[in-house]
Design a protein around this ligand. Structure first.
Ligand code: 13P
Ligand code: SF4
Length: 335
């Protein structure tokens, strides 16, 4: 499916909102079925509050896959987008992984296919491929090192300085890594972007900083503003605390920082968890319209259907999973 088609099909559900009583009843039934089936429910930090609140674990993309591998449960219900559920299958091949909506895609992962990567590699023979975790299993299988927003710099720094690198798919994370590592050999960057994070620009940051001059700034590296934020921070134009972090990194920072107020540059679903984990602190979205329609495709109704009917299983062919796992294991050997 093309990126444009993905975005168009991922419109927010138009169904009548559930009443609180209906939500409570559905939650009870989901939890009852979870016990009966000895399942574990994993939810990404951008999921709707009701899903986060009933999940066994809430976290970032890689953290959730690691939870999938760790748990004794043989049945994983993955409330997140499809590439994340695939990553769980790759890391925990002996478990069954179900996703409540198989159409919950990712505009960033959709920017590069296995064929496109094979073509790119053929244009740069000998280059090492570093792929951000927001990629399909097929792309991971063509990758040397997987990386996450937390460890991208560390992974690139572990590769010899004179080694050419293909970095994909996020151009903002790529530019950030390029600037921080300033290597001898070129880093070629795929020009992919997440439509949600690309919409968080430096103008949003400047406006919020003017309105909340005391607030600490937390920025996800996929944001359109991440390179400018780093640059302005280095040149002293952006004053105060500025942190470029994964979603889980933001949660940790909010808990431990002495600041009382934070501007949060990422998808707004994270605000629910931030408020829960750091009560009494204030969190201001850098752009209140930064909402990922794919993440919001996972609803209580769909989760209940998954629990009742055992749908939809996420599968990755063995050979692809084996190769993709290697790219993740190489990453884990470094971090
Ligand atoms: P994290 O791994 O930081 O949670 O990011 C995943 C993602 O999709 C960001 O949009
Ligand atoms: Fe993908 Fe962007 Fe949604 Fe994250 S926020 S899942 S990168 S579309």
């Amino acid at each position: 499916m093309s990126n444009a088609t993905l975005i168009k099909t991922a419109t927010l559900p138009k169904t009548k909102p559930l009443t609180d009583a209906e939500k409570a009843e559905m939650t009870r039934e989901i939890l009852r079925l979870k016990e009966e089936k000895k399942a574990v429910i994993l939810a990404h930090n951008y999921q709707i509050p009701e899903i986060q609140d009933l999940a066994d674990f809430v976290g970032d993309s890689l953290g959730l896959s690691q939870q999938a591998a760790k748990t004794d449960s043989k049945l994983i219900i993955f409330c997140g987008v499809h590439f994340m559920a695939e990553t769980a299958v790759i890391i925990a091949p002996e478990k069954r992984v179900l996703i409540p909506d198989p159409n919950a895609g990712c505009s960033l992962a959709a920017t590069i296919t296995g064929d496109q990567l094979r073509q790119w590699k053929s244009e740069h023979p000998g280059a090492v491929v570093v792929s951000y975790v927001n990629t399909t299993a097929e792309v991971k299988a063509e990758t040397d090192y997987c990386c996450t927003s937390t460890n991208a710099v560390q992974i690139v720094n572990a590769i010899p300085e004179d080694q050419e690198i293909l970095f994909l798919p996020d151009m903002f994370l790529g530019a950030y890594v390029q600037r921080v590592t300033s290597r001898k050999a070129p880093i070629h960057i795929w020009s992919g972007e997440c439509h949600v994070h690309a919409g968080i620009g430096i103008a949003n940051i400047n406006k919020m900083r003017d309105e909340h001059p005391e607030a600490e700034l937390l920025v996800h590296p996929e944001c359109g503003c991440s390179t400018a934020c780093m640059y302005h921070k280095a040149t002293g134009k952006l004053k105060g605390e500025v942190h470029i972090l994964s979603t889980e990194g933001m949660i940790r920072r909010a808990r431990t920082s002495p600041a009382r107020e934070f501007i949060v540059a990422t998808e707004t679903g994270i605000l629910h968890r931030l408020k829960k984990e750091a009560p009494g602190k204030t969190f201001i979205p850098a752009n209140a319209n930064a909402v990922c329609q794919y993440m919001k495709m996972i609803t209580l109704e769909k989760l209940l259907r998954t629990m009742r009917e055992d749908v939809f299983e996420v599968r990755v062919p063995d050979e692809i999973a084996r190769k993709a796992r290697l790219s993740i294991e190489r990453m884990l050997a470094i971090v």
